[in-house]
Design a protein around this ligand. Structure first.
Ligand code: GCW
Length: 674
């Protein structure tokens, strides 16, 4: 059934001409050497080629094989390929003459590289490429490419919109659901090499002996695919599990407990990746409970895993009491002074923006501000603030926007991507984390198009400069087939879809105006929540005269957290990008925009444009009826209907509220509320 279970690994039969060419150029899959990783690479190629050509592929030699071999193979070594720069994970795929035969060689310095090369070759064929002149080569620019599952031990996924957790803790460790293998295949196919199994809002039990055994069973499934398992650690676990009186990181008993716990984990999972920690954030325990710094907490854990080669990913998502005037400043205030104080195996994990995964946020000011600390960029793949599973919002442009932002830090004017890649400050540890959108739904992600966001995260973590559009095109071809009559309109729909969400939810730099708690639907009027910074009115600050959060010197001065050149630009509405205007400035409703419209008229225009884009996507999708299988077509069409209705809801409710505040009417030409 076309229920989306196959993701982008569909391998449906190619058009006749392409299938014939493939048959001519590849006759078998041949493997040099033996390992679990090489075996899964060969299996995947045979599975893929069988699907694409419609017939089985033999293992073993033939006149024109696809040959999997590392550079340790003598024949491959003699070819003189540029293998040096490939690192542990890069690959080369090429047509070569070898031992008198024309072969499609998939090679690398390691078996993992060969696996990634095999998936790259399949992607090449799935997107319409041919074997005769194939020449692919790639090395990941980021080391840790990790999914963060916010999965609770009871099966509920925090901010998950694709059903229950994939991990069936009840039947683990004995039963290894075949689905775990498919999960590993999907991740390996896009270069993801790590997974944090449990929610950052962690329960101590996840580190108990029985859960370690369950995690070990998953690690065994993932290992051949180059995927390491990590666990979120609850900082107070020494108290809850260890019956100690304290979790003070400087207490020797506490350090000893973590050391013993780490040793226990590594006995079960020899290649365990390490810990992810949310500390002193939204009620989670942490070192600050003992008047210790985040660095002291992180370093204590880092020492426990260091002998095993493990790492600690320490989150900077904190909004404590430091800057009561502006939540956006708090992480920087707390972490910037700790630059250079973290142990070598700690990486600080920073969300893309300073608030919380909004449809649009300026990049987090910590990027570029902590040159002596490796920073791991955290994106949210699940769409907590972008319409859950139903709204079609391709996040490639959101990821690319953050990655491409110039930090103005240092003389080289590094982009966020360059900071994350580590080259600028010569960090060995580099990483990108994506909060997973995966659950037990047949289509994994809650909708077909949500699969694209998982895909895009992996592709962009491998190469942050790849660009949102090439990734959308790849995904569309792999997901719906390489026919340009489908790929082109689908790619088009996707490319503007996130901007449409910005338009109908948070135009011109607005943020955090969603309904309370679940964050679904509009709620800009909410003003009565117990922490001021949870209230939408805290963020938009609309009154009769104007709207927006003044983050310049006359306000919270958050702009000063950016590098001086950028801070100067952002301090002036005239040199602030209009898309971020209300994030940084409180302005009059009458302020003229570049379009000649007033701020108010521009907002109305943007809301309308967002609704219009969704209506347009519906029409374009209607045009593809019959070209996409009925099952996926119908579900998508239905979801687009929901999205259009809710885009109108967003626009109409928001405008009604703004009008109640500013006393204005709709500008001439605005669409009338439905
Ligand atoms: O965005 C907020 C979410 C919480 C989440 C938190 C975090 C895991 O609403 O559900 O908790 O961010 O990132 O820690």
């Amino acid at each position: 059934a076309e229920d989306g279970y196959d993701l982008w690994m569909r391998y449906r039969p190619l058009a006749k001409e392409a299938a014939t060419a493939l048959d001519r150029d590849a006759e078998s899959v041949e493997m040099r050497g033996q390992s679990a990783t090489l075996r899964v690479a060969a299996d995947e190629l045979r599975r893929g080629l069988a699907g694409l050509t419609g017939h089985a592929f033999a293992m073993g030699p033939s006149p024109h094989p696809i040959l999997l071999a590392t550079s340790a193979d003598g024949d491959v070594g003699r070819l003189g390929l540029p293998l040096k720069d490939l690192g542990d994970e890069g690959y080369i795929v090429r047509q070569v003459r070898l031992g008198g035969r024309d072969v499609t060689l998939v090679t690398a310095r390691t078996d993992r590289g060969v696996l990634y090369g095999s998936f790259a070759l399949l992607r090449h064929i799935q997107t319409g490429g041919r074997l005769d002149r194939v020449a692919l080569a790639s090395t990941p620019r980021v080391k840790l490419r990790v999914l963060n599952h916010w999965d609770n031990l009871d099966g509920v996924v925090e901010r998950g919109y694709a059903g229950q957790s994939l991990w069936d803790w009840w039947t683990l460790p004995d039963f290894k659901d075949p689905r775990y293998t498919d999960y590993a295949r999907a991740n390996a196919s896009i270069g993801i090499n790590g997974t944090v199994l449990n929610n950052v809002n962690a329960k101590p039990d996840s580190l108990s002996a029985s859960y370690i055994a369950k995690a070990a069973a998953l690690a065994d499934v993932f290992r051949p695919y180059g995927i390491k398992v990590y666990l979120s650690a609850r900082f107070s676990a020494p108290i809850e599990l260890g019956k100690l009186k304290t979790a003070d990181p400087l207490d020797p008993q506490v350090a000893a407990w973590w050391k013993a716990k780490s040793d226990e984990i590594y006995r079960a999972i020899p290649d365990f990746g390490g810990f992810l920690v949310k500390a002193n954030s939204e009620g989670q325990p942490g070192p600050r409970d003992y008047h210790r710094s985040h660095a002291e907490g992180a370093n204590m854990l880092a020492a426990a895993v260091a002998p095993h080669g493990g790492i600690v990913m320490w989150r900077a998502f904190v909004y404590a009491d430091t800057d009561p005037d502006d939540r956006a400043k708090q992480a920087y205030t707390e972490f910037k002074p700790l630059d250079g104080k973290f142990a070598a195996n700690v990486i600080v994990q920073v969300k893309n923006g300073a608030i919380d995964f909004q449809p649009r946020e300026p990049f987090h000011p910590l990027f570029g501000a902590m040159p002596r600390t490796p920073l791991m960029l955290e994106f949210q793949i699940t769409k907590e603030y972008l319409g859950f599973a139903t709204h079609l919002a391709y996040l490639g442009p959101l990821f690319a926007e953050t990655l491409g932002s110039e930090t103005f830090a240092g003389s080289k004017r590094a982009t966020v991507a360059q900071i994350v890649e580590g080259g600028v400050n010569r960090h060995a540890l580099t990483g990108m984390a994506g909060v997973a959108n995966i659950g037990r739904d047949r289509d994994w992600a809650g909708s077909t198009f949500n699969q694209a966001n998982w895909f895009a995260f992996g592709r962009m973590a491998w190469d942050p400069t790849i660009g949102a559009q090439p990734v959308a095109r790849e995904w569309a071809a792999m997901t719906f087939g390489p026919n340009p009559a489908i790929v082109a309109p689908v790619t088009d729909m996707m490319m503007g879809s996130r901007e449409a969400v910005v338009d109908y939810m948070t135009p011109l730099g607005l943020a955090h105006v969603m309904a309370t708690g679940h964050h679904y639907g509009p709620g800009p009027w909410v003003a009565d929540l117990k922490r001021p910074e949870w209230n939408p009115v805290y963020y938009h600050r609309a009154d009769k005269a104007g709207i927006g959060f003044d983050r310049t010197r006359t306000g919270s001065n958050a702009v000063a957290q950016y590098a001086p050149e950028l801070a100067r630009r952002l301090a002036d509405p005239a040199t602030t990008p209009e898309r971020d205007l209300l994030w940084f400035h409180h302005v009059s409703w009458d302020r003229p925009m570049a379009s000649g419209r007033s701020v108010w008229a521009e907002m109305v225009h943007d809301y309308d444009r967002g609704v219009g884009y969704v209506a347009d996507m519906r029409q374009r999708w209607d045009g593809l009826r019959g070209q996409v299988d009925a099952e996926r077509w119908t579900k998508t069409a239905t979801y687009l209907g929901i999205q259009e209705r809710e885009a109108r809801w967003w626009r109409d409710a928001s405008l009604a509220y703004w009008m109640s505040v500013n006393g204005r009417s709709l500008p001439a030409g605005a669409a009338a509320p439905a």
